[in-house]
Structures are given as C-alpha cells and as structure tokens.
Design a protein around this ligand. Structure first.
Ligand SMILES: [Zn+2]
Length: 234
C-alpha cells in the first residue's frame, strides 16, 4: 500500500500545465480547466508523480484517457494551443461582495479606478446578474490577462495559469512578477464568514448565502498591489 496522495505536488502540476500551454491538449479541445492523468505507469499499477509519465487534461478527456496508448499520451504532452486560452466564471448572482485590497465592496460597481480607467468593476446583465471585469495593471508593455463580464482571456506569455476544474479560481503569473488571482466563493451562514471576513457582517442588508469575489493583483516594479488584506497605490 502506498500513502502517496493522488494529488500531484504543486511543482509537478505547474510543469504539466505549462507543457500543454495551459489548455487541454486533446485534439480540438483547449479547455483550460485541467486535471492530471497518470499514464506511465497508470496510477492503479503504481502510484507515482513522475511528470514524464503524466499529462494535464480537462475532466472530459481525463475520463476518456484510458483509450490512449502510452505513446499517444506522451505525444499530447508537447501539444500546445495555437490560440489564446480562454474561460469563463459561471458565477452569476444579483449580489456579490467584492474583496480587494482590504476593502469590501457592496453595491459599488466601480471598485478600483486608476486615473480615469477602471481596473476592477462589476456590471449588471439584462437579468440583473453582476458580472466581473478586470484589467491588469502592468509596466511590462506586454499584453496581460483580461476579464470581461466573467469571460477571461489569457494574453502575454504567463509562466503559470491555475484554473481548477471547479471554475472558482483563476490565478495567472508572469515572469516579471505581474500577477492576478481571482476567487469566487459562496458563504452559507454568517458564522462561516466570521473567521475570514468578519467585516462582511457589518455590511447592511447582506443576505445569506452570500457570494464573494476576491481579487489580488500585483503590478511588478510599481507600488501598485492589491490583496485581500491591504491595498497600496503609489
Ligand atoms: Zn479536453
């Protein structure tokens, strides 16, 4: 019996995501919500986390992966998309609390504004659902990840993209230190937020369950940095 956890170590997951260009390498797929398939040897034959015998796949292709030979799996490892990786947050609520830079935004559409440019904002669709948009701040001169009304698009050349299959988080990091990390979470009761975000309980008219959208953003080489606890602007 092995006590090895089925979840690969963080550095192995990062390497596997990166070698497929952050999208499922199955022909015609490109789904950015990745899992990790063990093929050489298969997990049930011998538990291991040797990246040479593993490949990142979407949940659909992971479930079908037994159809592929070792050689076919190995060939997929070097396959990257010829287009940008894109995805979508499925979270749609009429009430969402934004948590950015230590501030809690409730009924505040334009959460972070830089000069006259919006950096992080909500807009309502025709059904009244709040959708999140975001521009990364960067002095790199390179394209950066964009979020528009819950749809995200990876641009530039990130060193890592984390986008787990549950679709609640997107974290993108670039070589120069630029980073964005967006997480949606539903809190069932006032007691559940008490420990992590007690200030939500001070907001008037919050009804549970409540959804939060937490945004962390770093613009490398500048003083601009927002995480859940503090914000710094110049
Ligand atoms: Zn796939």
């Amino acid at each position: 019996m092995s006590s090895l956890s089925r979840k690969p170590p963080a550095e192995v997951r990062r390497q596997l995501r990166r070698e497929v260009g952050f999208g499922c390498p199955a022909p015609g797929c490109g789904n950015p919500y990745l899992e990790y398939h063990h093929f050489d040897p298969e997990w049930h034959v011998k538990p291991h986390h040797n990246p040479a015998g593993m490949v990142a796949l979407c949940a659909t292709h992971h479930a079908k992966a037994d159809a592929w030979t070792i050689e076919q799996c190995r060939a997929l490892k070097g396959t990257t998309l010829d287009r940008s990786v894109a995805g979508k947050f499925e979270w749609m609520r009429r009430e969402v609390i934004g948590i950015i830079g230590g501030n809690y935004f409730h009924e505040t559409p334009d959460m972070i504004v830089f000069g006259s440019a919006k950096l992080v904002w909500f807009e309502r669709d025709e059904d009244g659902y709040l959708l999140l948009s975001l521009n990364m701040l960067s002095i790199s001169g390179q394209p950066r990840t964009k979020l528009r009304a819950n749809d995200w698009l990876i641009e530039g050349d990130p060193i890592d993209v984390e986008s787990p299959p549950n679709g609640s988080r997107l974290r993108v990091r670039y070589e120069n230190g630029d980073e964005v990390d967006i997480r949606f979470k539903q809190w069932e009761t006032p007691e559940s937020v008490q420990k992590e975000h007690p200030r939500i309980l001070d907001i008037e008219d919050v009804s549970f369950p409540v959804v939060t959208a937490e945004v962390k953003m770093i613009a490398a080489g500048t003083d601009y940095q927002f995480d859940s606890k503090k914000s710094q602007m110049g």
